[in-house]
Design a protein around this ligand. Structure first.
Ligand SMILES: [Zn+2]
Ligand SMILES: [Zn+2]
Length: 281
């Protein structure tokens, strides 16, 4: 397994030591880890955004010098989808080198869905539908953008991120009530050549399921999806690779056998699953 979504002190919301992140990944037997530091452009967040490509690249170079004989270390980025800033974001991505670009939707309808104000005095089903429509819009943007150009956005992160907060600030999760939009998102991912992620962070936070849930991964496979990226979204070193056995089992049950691994913007599909890795061959 490769952990392709994790943070270190190069992100505003993490204090994790990059060396400890790598050491944990090695101890857990991962084949690789790809740092995906936050890149935020919304005016309310841009001042907090700690992304500094020169410092970050220096850290990655040092880690590779120290550990690359033991494990693959990727330099990735978690881009927050902001429709008004996409030209600027695309220029930024073009001018820097990444192994992997994650696209995340954290904002919808003018609000950060991870803040209480997005849910206060609102119908949580409507907020959820609006959120998923923004995710669909992000994937439509990628489909259009990739039509005549090399792929710039590799992975759709935590597709149903809003459920983490509807459970916290409202009274439940409403993703199943929006399965029509979920289908559209999955179909557009496939058309856009963007791989969905199984984000395991909600399992360890006690929500009982990943983002997205197993039924969504099943549906993705039914619609023709063949590959998945897996990420812990760790903000502390001890969470690297957490609950990857659950993610592997979800893939197996859905019949998805390929893990999409990104190196220098290129995708390698590697076979994944306990039956193969334990075969002893
Ligand atoms: Zn995120
Ligand atoms: Zn993240």
């Amino acid at each position: 397994m490769y952990d392709q979504h994790l943070h270190s002190h190069h992100s505003f919301d993490s204090k994790a030591d990059p060396v400890e992140n790598v050491q944990t990944a090695i101890a857990r037997g991962l084949l690789g880890l790809t740092f995906t530091e936050h890149y935020d452009t919304h005016p309310d967040e841009v001042h907090d955004c700690r992304y500094d490509d020169a410092r970050y690249s220096e850290t990655i170079a040092q880690l590779r010098e120290q550990f690359s004989h033991q494990i693959f270390i990727g330099k990735g980025i978690e881009v927050c989808y902001q429709p008004d800033h996409m030209p600027k974001i695309v220029d930024f991505l073009h001018d820097h080198d990444f192994d992997l670009v994650l696209l995340s939707v954290h904002w919808s309808d003018g609000n950060p869905v991870h803040k209480r104000r997005a849910w206060e005095n609102r119908d949580p089903l409507s907020v959820t539908r609006k959120y998923l429509k923004t995710v669909l819009e992000a994937m439509q943007f990628c489909e259009q953008f990739h039509r005549n150009r090399p792929r710039r956005f590799d992975v759709l992160a935590h597709m149903d991120f809003c459920k983490r907060y509807s459970l916290r600030y409202a009274d439940g999760a409403y993703i199943r009530d929006c399965s029509d939009i979920v289908d559209e998102i999955l179909k557009t991912c496939i058309a856009a050549d963007v791989v969905p992620e199984i984000n395991t962070s909600t399992i360890r936070r006690g929500l009982g399921e990943s983002m997205p849930a197993p039924w969504v991964i099943q549906r993705y496979a039914e619609l023709g999806g063949t590959m998945i990226s897996v990420g812990s979204d760790a903000h502390v070193s001890t969470d690297i690779g957490a609950d990857f056995d659950t993610a592997a089992e979800m893939m197996r049950l859905a019949g998805i056998e390929q893990l999409a691994v990104f190196k220098n913007g290129r995708r390698e599909n590697i076979p994944c699953g306990p039956s193969k890795s334990n075969s002893g061959i």
